[in-house]
Design a protein around this ligand. Structure first.
Ligand code: AMP
Ligand code: MG
Length: 391
C-alpha cells in the first residue's frame, strides 16, 4: 500500500506532451490550451473614452476649464484624427477613440451644454480615459495552457482569434463490474442495485475527455479479460469500477495483468479508495477503482483527473480554500489519509452526515473535502482547514 501522495506522483509522472489540434473558438470551451498565447495587439488598441462625456486637451485648456467650445461628436466605432486644441471639446461616447491631444473626459452628468459651449459643473478627479495598451501590450501572454473557460475564450476573442490550438482529448473508457448491477430504468432483482458509477464517471470526466462507454460486466474472469483486452485497444485511459478488492469474485487486477497491463500500484493508504489499482499497457493507462461510489468520486478527483489533465500537458490541482471549521472532525482509525466530505455555509465548513464510502447520498450535501493526514485523529472546531472544493 503506498501513500496517496506517492500514488499521485506516479500518476503525474505519466504527464506527456500532448498532440495538438486546432479548433474553432466556439468549440474550445473546456479544452486545454496547447501553448501560451501572446497578445497580437495592444489592449485596448487605442486610447478610448471610459464614459459618455466631453473630451478636452488639459495641457492646452487647463485641468478645470470654465467653458469649452463644442467641435463635434465622436461615437464608438468612429475615428477623428484632427488634433483637439485649446478651448475646444468633443463629445465622446463610451468606447469612442480620443482625437490626438484629448487627454481627459468630463462625464455628461457633470457638464451643461448650451449654445455650442460646455460648462463643467463639478470637477472630475480621474481622467476617464482607458489608455491604449493599459490592459495588455502586444506580445504579453494573455492566456497560459489551462482548461479554457468563458473568461479565457473572451480574451482570445478580444485578440481577434477565431481558432485556437488545444490538446487532443484522451479517449476514456468507462466500465463497471459487478454481478449485482442493474441499469437505471430497469427493474431491480432481489439483492441488486443500480449501476451509478458509470453515470458518475462519464459525467465527471466528460468535460476533460472523450468518453467511451463499455457497459457493465458480471464478476466473471473470462468476460472481464475479454472486455478489458478489447477496451484497452480502443482508449487512452480505461476506468473500471468494482472488483479490485479481496473478494472471491474480484477479478479485475488479475484480468488486467493477463491482458498485458503492468501494475504501477495496487493499494493506496487512502480512505475511501484503499484497493485502487493503476497500471499501464502498450498504449493506454488503466484505473481499477473500488466500486463504492464515494471511492469512485474521491479517486476520480484526486487521481484520475490529474492523469487526464497531465496527458493534455497541464497540472490539475483543483480549487482549495482556507475555511474555518464550525464543527470539529473526529475519526477512529488514523492509518490512512482520509478525505471527508464537508459543506460550507456562513459559519464555515462542517462535516456532512456521512456513513462511509457507500454513502453516495452524502455527496449531495458536500461542496468539498477536508484531508486528514495519517495519524491525525481530529481537527477541532475553530481551526482553519483547506477545503478542496468540488462544486
Ligand atoms: P466492489 O468494489 O466490487 O467490492 O464493490 C464495493 C461496493 O460497491 C459493493 O457494495 C457494490 O455493490 C458497490 N458497487 C460496485 N459497483 C457499483 C456501481 N457500478 N454502482 C454502484 N455501486 C457499485
Ligand atoms: Mg464487486
Amino acid at each position: 500500500m503506498i501513500h496517496p501522495d506517492e500514488a499521485l506522483k506516479i500518476v503525474l509522472s505519466c504527464r506527456q506532451r500532448p498532440q495538438v489540434e486546432t479548433v474553432p473558438l466556439d468549440q474550445a470551451l473546456g479544452r486545454v490550451l496547447a501553448a501560451p498565447v501572446a497578445s497580437s495587439m495592444d489592449q485596448p488598441p487605442f486610447s478610448k473614452a471610459a464614459v459618455d462625456g466631453w473630451a478636452w486637451n488639459s495641457e492646452a485648456s487647463g485641468l478645470a476649464p470654465e467653458s469649452l467650445a463644442v467641435r463635434n461628436v465622436i461615437a464608438a466605432g468612429e475615428s477623428d484624427q484632427r488634433p483637439l486644441g485649446a478651448g475646444e471639446t468633443v463629445k465622446v461616447m463610451t468606447g469612442a477613440p480620443l482625437p490626438p491631444g484629448a487627454d481627459r473626459i468630463q462625464k455628461v452628468e457633470c457638464a451643461q451644454e448650451s449654445d455650442g459651449a460646455v460648462r463643467f459643473t463639478k470637477p472630475e478627479r480621474i481622467d476617464n480615459v482607458i489608455q491604449r495598451g493599459e490592459n495588455a501590450r502586444t506580445g504579453d501572454t494573455i492566456v497560459s495552457p489551462r482548461q479554457l473557460d468563458a473568461q479565457d475564450l473572451a480574451i482570445l476573442a478580444a485578440d481577434g482569434r477565431n481558432r485556437v490550438d488545444v490538446a487532443v482529448r484522451p479517449v476514456v473508457g468507462v466500465l463497471s463490474t459487478g454481478a449485482e448491477l442493474a441499469q437505471p430504468g430497469e427493474n431491480l432483482k432481489p439483492g441488486w442495485i443500480y449501476d451509478s458509477n458509470r453515470t458518475q464517471l462519464a459525467a465527471h470526466l466528460s468535460g476533460i475527455a472523450v468518453i467511451r462507454d463499455f457497459g457493465t460486466l458480471p464478476d466473471d474472469y473470462d468476460a472481464t479479460l475479454a472486455a478489458v483486452g478489447s477496451a484497452l485497444s480502443q482508449c487512452d485511459v480505461l476506468v473500471l469500477s468494482g472488483g479490485v478488492s479481496m473478494g472471491d469474485y474480484d477479478y479485475v487486477p488479475k484480468a488486467l495483468v493477463a491482458a498485458g497491463v503492468r501494475t504501477l500500484f495496487h493499494g493506496v493508504a487512502v480512505k475511501p479508495g484503499k484497493p485502487t489499482f493503476f497500471g499501464t499497457s502498450a498504449k493506454s493507462y488503466v484505473f481499477g477503482l473500488p466500486g463504492n461510489p464515494v471511492s469512485v468520486f474521491v479517486n476520480t478527483e484526486f487521481l484520475v483527473k490529474p492523469l487526464l489533465y497531465g496527458l493534455q500537458g497541464v497540472e490539475y490541482r483543483g480549487l482549495s480554500a482556507p475555511v474555518t471549521l464550525s464543527e470539529g472532525i473526529r475519526r477512529g482509525s488514523t492509518e490512512r489519509v482520509e478525505f471527508l466530505p464537508v459543506s460550507i455555509d456562513a459559519d464555515g465548513a462542517k462535516p456532512v452526515p456521512y456513513g462511509g464510502s457507500s454513502a453516495l447520498q452524502a455527496l449531495a450535501h458536500a461542496c468539498g473535502f477536508v484531508r486528514l493526514e495519517q495519524g491525525q485523529k481530529e481537527i477541532s472546531a475553530g481551526s482553519v482547514v483547506h477545503v478542496r472544493l468540488v462544486r
